[in-house]
Design a protein. Structure first.
Length: 95
């Protein structure tokens, strides 16, 4: 999936230490969370283990470091990115 960063998404990614490749990996291997207004991808531990065989060493390390990351998209444009807190991770698991 090819993604573009909206202005707000670019600012948030820079503030929170996300690189473009990390965002693409979360979108490709993360679990899609149902939302009526946008596409939300959350990277769970299970998603990481399922993806490790498909990736090179650099992407494997990047994916492991991205556990708990969330990407919010409007079509192919990134609205915002963040790393979920422990409480946030539990909320996503309930959905």
């Amino acid at each position: 999936m090819s993604t573009r960063l909206k202005k707000h998404g670019a600012v948030r990614a820079q503030q929170r230490g996300f690189c473009h490749r990390e965002i693409e990996l979360v979108c490709a291997y993360g679990t899609e969370i149902p939302d009526h207004h946008c596409d939300v991808y959350f990277l769970r531990k299970k998603d990481i283990y399922d993806a490790l065989g498909d990736l090179n060493v650099h992407d494997q390390r990047l994916l492991r470091e991205s556990k708990g990351s969330t990407v919010v998209l409007d079509g192919c444009e990134v609205i915002t990115v963040y790393r979920a807190s422990r409480r946030g991770e539990k909320e996503f698991r309930k959905r």
